[in-house]
Design a protein around this ligand. Structure first.
Ligand code: CP
Ligand code: NVA
Length: 318
C-alpha cells in the first residue's frame, strides 16, 4: 500500500459528494484509514472515536447495504445513526431542502442522503452547516466506489495500473468507478451499448482528474474486446432505481454485455469479479460468475462498512 502524507485535519467538516472533490492523496488516506479501522475491528480494539456524535440518514430509496453499514458503523464508533424516511420527514410533505438542512444541522453532526437527484444533495450540502455524505444519487455512488477500491487493493495488492472493466449502462456506479480509477491511477474501461453510455460531462471531469495520476479511461461498445486482460470485471443491474419501467428495453440492449463464463474467459486468469449488489442472476451476471471462486462481492459489501467509518471519522471525528 502507498504511503500517504496528508494533514487529516484538511478533511474535517468537508462534504463527501463525489471523489472528484478529493485529491489522489486524500483518497489514499481514506483507504489507509479504512484498512486501519478494519484491522482494529477484526482485533476487537476499535475505538469509540465518534462517541456522542449523531448521523442523520435520509433514504428516499431502498437500501440494504448502505443503511445497515452506516448505522452499524456509527454504533461501532460509539455514535448514533437515525434512519429518516421521507414518509416520516416533513420533506416528504414539501418542506424545503433548505429548511431541512438548516434544522437537521442543529441536531446532528453529519447528514447522509440517498436520493435520485444529485442536485438535491448539492442543495442540502449548500445549506447544511454539517458535512453531507452522498449515499447514492442518479449520478454518483462515491461510498460504493471507495469500497470497490479497498476490495481491489486487498485482492491485487495495489491499484495503480490495474485494469478494471465495467459492463452495463453508464450509471451512477459507472461514473463513480471512472472517478475512483482516475484518482488512483487505474486503467478503467466502461463497456456500454449505444444509447446507454456514461454522461459525457462526467467522463470529461474524470479524464481531467486522470491527468494527475496517469490513469487511462476508455469507453467501449465491444464487450469481448474490452474484457481482454482485465484484472477486475464489474457489472451492475440493467435498470437502476428510478429506471425500472425501462427494464424490458434495457434487457434487449444490455444482454450482449452480460458477464458470463464466455466473457470472463477473456480476462486475466486471476481476475476478480465485483458487483455493488443487489444483483439479478441471469441478467447482468450469471450465477456461475457471481457465485464462482473469482467473485469477491461479499468482501466488497463488507468493505462499505470500513470505508464509510473512515469517511465518518475523517469528516466529523475530533
Ligand atoms: N450497493 C448498495 O448501495 O446497496 P444498497 O442499495 O443495498 O444500499
Ligand atoms: N445502479 C444501482 C446501484 C444500486 C446500489 C441503482 O442506482 O439502483
Amino acid at each position: 500500500m502507498n504511503e500517504v502524507s496528508i494533514n487529516p485535519s484538511t478533511l474535517k467538516g468537508r462534504d463527501f459528494l463525489t471523489l472528484l472533490d478529493f485529491t489522489p492523496d486524500e483518497v489514499q488516506y481514506l483507504l489507509s484509514k479504512a484498512v486501519e479501522l478494519k484491522a482494529a475491528q477484526k482485533q476487537g480494539i476499535g475505538k469509540l472515536e465518534l462517541a456522542g456524535k449523531s448521523l442523520g440518514m435520509i433514504f428516499e430509496n431502498a437500501s440494504t447495504r448502505t443503511r445497515v453499514s452506516f448505522e452499524v458503523g456509527m454504533t461501532q464508533l460509539g455514535g448514533h445513526a437515525l434512519f429518516l424516511s421521507p414518509r416520516d420527514l416533513q420533506i416528504g410533505r414539501g418542506e424545503p431542502v433548505k429548511d431541512t438542512a438548516n434544522v437537521l444541522s442543529r441536531y446532528v453532526d453529519a447528514i447522509m442522503i440517498r436520493t435520485n437527484s444529485h442536485e438535491t444533495v448539492q442543495e442540502l450540502a449548500e445549506y447544511a452547516a454539517v458535512p453531507v455524505i452522498n449515499a447514492l444519487t442518479d449520478a454518483f455512488h462515491p461510498c460504493q466506489a471507495l469500497a470497490d477500491l479497498l476490495t481491489i487493493q486487498e485482492q491485487k495488492g495495489e491499484l495503480q495500473g490495474k485494469k478494471l472493466v465495467y459492463f452495463g449502462d453508464g450509471n451512477n456506479v459507472a461514473h463513480s468507478l471512472l472517478i475512483a480509477g482516475a484518482k488512483t491511477g487505474m486503467d478503467v474501461t466502461v463497456a456500454s451499448p449505444v444509447g446507454y453510455e456514461v454522461d459525457p460531462s462526467i467522463f470529461n471531469l474524470a479524464v481531467e482528474a486522470a491527468k494527475e495520476t496517469g490513469a487511462t479511461l476508455t469507453l467501449s461498445s465491444d464487450p469481448k474486446a474490452a474484457a481482454k486482460g482485465a484484472d477486475v470485471i464489474y457489472t451492475d443491474v440493467w435498470a437502476s432505481m428510478g429506471y425500472e419501467q425501462e427494464q424490458q428495453e434495457r434487457e434487449k440492449a444490455l444482454f450482449p454485455y452480460q458477464v458470463n463464463d464466455e466473457l470472463v474467459s477473456q480476462a486475466a486468469s486471476d481476475f476478480i469479479f465485483l458487483h455493488c449488489l443487489p444483483a439479478h442472476r441471469g441478467e447482468e451476471v450469471t450465477a456461475s460468475v457471481i457465485d464462482g471462486t473469482r467473485s469477491f462481492v461479499y468482501d466488497q459489501a463488507e468493505n462499505r462498512l470500513h470505508v464509510q467509518k473512515a469517511v465518518l471519522v475523517s469528516l466529523i471525528g475530533s
